[in-house]
Every structure is written in structure tokens, then in C-alpha cells.
Design a protein around this ligand. Structure first.
Ligand SMILES: *Cc1c(COP(=O)(O)O)cnc(C)c1O
Length: 429
């Protein structure tokens, strides 16, 4: 970084400022994490210089001996990690991964059955503001009740009526595990592909802390690599090889499912892969294959459970009454604040999280009723159950005293003290 400091102090200062912010604040955004120094080194490498359109052994340009090596490492490690028959590590992020799958499996106008967006589904699952919603028809299922369960009879009825070509699960804000067999059974009955977007919980599935969609014979699994999986910002598509609906939907194609996905990512959708990012993925997958990662993933869940328990003791309302994964969704209006107000107040106290729609929210998405709380990042710092209780107490203090600047200042100081005990790396001086 010495060169950057000399050549471009403006950018250097922004990077150093962000490092300081990350070091001195409590990161409770459920989709964020801290990568290892090794991942950062791989990303900050000469691999960013290289054009590698195509796939290992089948590139358009020469000079690929090392890019092939790196991409094959990423693919082989991901296959091992998720017991996947096929892996594509080129998607630039989670959204492009999902788009590439839609175009691999669907024609314009085809139907996708996915979660209602106010119940934890993601923008890329056909939110009206996205281009995908103009091209494909997205129909919805929801969660039910305060326990947030799925009504699979209802999902089956919708599927029989709408005839989706993809049944999609996987969410950005759902605190429970999923019954993939139940989704697969309905898909089998109506002739739909099954797709799981495990962006949030990939690390937990890799560590076998949560159910595995491939065990239920899911066709496609997409993910980001930067959330619980703790790799670089990026995306990935895992799939079976066989196209189970070749005769029904793709009679004229010679491609199997793996080939359909690969040609959809490139040349269908993207250009040259980001090889520095793929190197970072390879490093992160290598880390996730080590026994230590299993402990990390287990601790994420223990921490979420401990924090949820304490928040409930303090009188908070949590969707589904707790959590089985890395996140919680609180209805903060029950404590007299809106989601936006709570987010801003906690930000002032050095606690970062996000406002979030609560199922069947009557408030607008710009200022919803909920806040989402996640433990992956603070678990990476080494924090355990006792810190979770402490953090829950700090959040409660802030939220219950929104007008008291002194209390917020005191909590900010507590956050400084707590984070100083669990330092992150310091790469820059
Ligand atoms: C985060 C997320 C994505 C999108 O990932 P980006 O890398 O931001 O494009 C897609 N699906 C789900 C379920 C997510 O949580």
C-alpha cells in the first residue's frame, strides 16, 4: 500500500478510513463478513491483468497456463465443498449468477415460482424494479403465521395452476432451515426445475450446519461467495449435470444442464471472467474445506441463537420466534421505532445493521417495520455467546432511549472497547 499512499492519497485515505470503520464498529449486517488476508492478497494480484474468456482448456486467448490452474482449483474445491456435479465460478456476483440461470433454463414469458419479496425473497427473484420481471413471469408463495412456516399444499396448488418451469427457494431474510424434499416433490409433479439461491447460508451448508439442497436432488444451486462463505465478493452456480427435462423442454439441444449453464454465463451473458476474484474464491474454498471452518459455521449459529434468546428476554419480537441460522428479523415497531429510525440510531452507536421488511408489512420498504441482525462478521472476529448477550443489551439500550444522546454516546464507547478486544487485521498504516 506504500505505492498507493504516494500515488493517490485520496483513494488511499478512503481505504484506510474503511479499514478503521470496520475495526471499530460492530458489523451486524447479515450479508457481510471479513475475508482473510490470504483472500485479499489473491484478489490484489496480477491476475486482474488477464483476459480469459472461455473455460479452462477452452479459452479464446493464449497465455492461460496460470488462469486455467486457478480456475480449476476454484472449481475442484467448490465441488468438494458442496458435493456438486458441476460448478461455474465465473459469475461476477450473486445477481448475475441468478440471471445466468434464468436464461439457461427459461424462454421469455416462462414462469418462475418464488418467495413473496416482502417475506424474505431477494430482488433478483423477480422484483418488479428488475429487468428480469419484464422478461419472465414470477409468481409467489409466502410464509405463514408467526412461526413463518411454508404451506406446501398451497405451494403445490399454485404450482399446479401456474405451471412454473423453475421452483425457486433461498432467501435474504428467513431465519429457518428448509425442507428441500417438499419443494422437490412439487417440482417433480409439475415438471419444474428446482433452484436454490443459498447466497446467505452457503457457508452454513458447506459446513453441514444446514440442510443440503443437492441431497434432495435439486437441479441448480446459486450463491454469492462473500456472505457466510467468507470469500471475495462474487457469485457461483452449482448444478447437476443431467438435464432431467431434456425431452420435455430442450429436445433440440445437444447440451446437458452443465453445458446449458456454462454457455449461459459465457458467452450468453458475461464477458471475460475476473480471474483475480476467482483466485480469491479458490483461496476461500480452500479455507472452508479446513476443519476450522466447521467450528466457525457452528459458532455463527450458536451466536445467533444466544443473541436471539437475549433479545427475546428483553421483550423484542423476532420473526419465527428465533433463528436456526445466522440471522434474526425483529419487528422494531413493537418497541416504538421504525426500521429506518432504529438503523440510524444504532449506526450512531457504532452498530451497523439494516432496516428490513417484516412479513405482511404495512409500512413502506423505504422505512419498514423490521431490522435484520446477523452474526457472521462478529463471529469471524472471535466473539462468542457472552459477547452476543452484551451486544443485545447494547442494542436494547439504544432502541429504548432514542432521544437520549448520552446513552448513545456511552454505547458508542462500549462498542469501541468491545471491538478493541477483538481486533481485525490492520493491512494499512
Ligand atoms: C445477496 C443475495 C443475492 C445477490 O448478490 P449480489 O452479490 O449482491 O449480486 C442474491 N440472492 C440472495 C438470496 C441474496 O441474499
Amino acid at each position: 500500500m506504500r505505492t498507493l499512499r504516494e500515488i493517490d492519497p485520496d483513494v488511499y485515505n478512503a481505504v484506510v478510513g474503511e479499514e478503521r470503520r470496520e475495526n471499530t464498529g460492530l458489523e451486524l449486517i447479515a450479508s457481510e463478513n471479513y475475508v482473510s488476508k490470504a483472500v485479499i492478497e489473491a484478489m490484489a494480484s496480477v491476475l486482474t491483468n488477464k483476459y480469459s474468456e472461455g473455460y479452462p482448456g477452452k479459452r479464446y486467448y493464449g497465455g492461460q497456463e496460470f488462469t486455467d490452474l486457478v480456475e480449476n482449483l476454484a472449481i475442484e474445491r467448490a465441488k468438494k465443498l458442496f458435493h456438486a456435479e458441476h460448478v461455474n465460478v465465473q459469475p461476477l456476483s450473486g445477481a448475475p449468477a441468478n440471471i445466468a440461470v434464468y436464461f439457461a433454463l427459461l424462454n421469455p414469458g416462462d414462469v418462475v415460482l418464488g418467495m413473496d419479496l416482502g417475506h424474505g425473497g431477494h430482488l433478483t427473484h423477480g422484483h418488479p424494479v428488475t429487468y428480469m420481471a419484464k422478461i419472465f413471469k414470477f409468481v409467489r408463495y409466502k410464509t405463514h403465521g408467526t412461526d413463518g412456516h411454508f404451506d406446501f399444499d398451497e405451494i403445490r396448488q399454485i404450482a399446479l395452476k401456474e405451471k412454473p418451469k423453475i421452483i425457486l427457494c433461498g432467501y435474504s431474510c428467513y431465519p429457518r432451515d428448509l425442507d428441500y424434499n417438499a419443494f422437490q416433490e412439487i417440482a417433480d409433479e409439475v415438471g419444474a426445475y428446482t433452484m436454490m439461491d443459498m447466497a446467505h447460508i452457503a457457508g452454513l451448508i458447506a459446513a453441514k450446519e444446514m440442510n443440503d439442497p443437492f441431497k434432495a436432488r435439486f437441479d441448480v444451486v446459486t450463491t454469492t461467495t462473500h456472505k457466510t462463505l467468507r470469500g471475495p465478493r462474487g457469485g457461483m452456480i452449482l448444478s447437476r449435470t443431467e438435464d432431467r427435462y431434456h425431452d420435455k423442454y430442450n429436445k433440440d439441444s445437444k447440451k446437458n444442464l452443465a453445458q446449458m449453464i456454462d454457455s449461459s454465463v459465457f458467452p450468453g451473458f458475461q464477458g471475460g471472467p475476473h480471474m483475480h476474484q476467482i483466485a480469491g474464491k479458490a483461496v476461500a474454498f480452500g479455507e472452508a474445506l479446513k476443519p476450522d471452518f466447521k467450528n466457525y459455521a457452528a459458532q455463527i449459529r450458536k451466536n445467533a441463537k444466544a443473541m436471539a434468546q437475549r433479545l427475546i428476554e428483553l421483550g423484542w419480537t423476532l420473526f419465527t420466534g428465533g433463528t436456526e441460522n445466522h440471522l434474526m428479523l425483529a419487528d422494531i415497531t413493537k418497541l416504538g421505532l421504525t426500521g429506518k429510525e432504529a438503523q440510524n440510531l444504532l449506526d450512531e452507536a457504532g452498530i451497523t445493521l439494516n432496516k428490513n421488511a417484516y412479513p405482511d408489512d404495512t409500512r413502506p420498504p423505504t422505512d419498514p417495520s423490521g431490522i435484520r441482525i446477523g452474526t457472521p462478521a462478529i463471529t469471524t472476529r472471535g466473539m462468542k455467546e457472552s459477547e452476543m448477550k452484551h451486544i443485545a443489551d447494547l442494542m436494547d439500550k439504544v432502541v429504548r432511549n432514542p432521544k437520549d444522546k448520552k446513552i448513545i454516546e456511552r454505547v458508542r464507547k462500549d462498542v469501541f472497547d468491545l471491538t478493541a478486544k477483538f481486533p481485525l487485521y490492520k493491512l494499512y498504516k
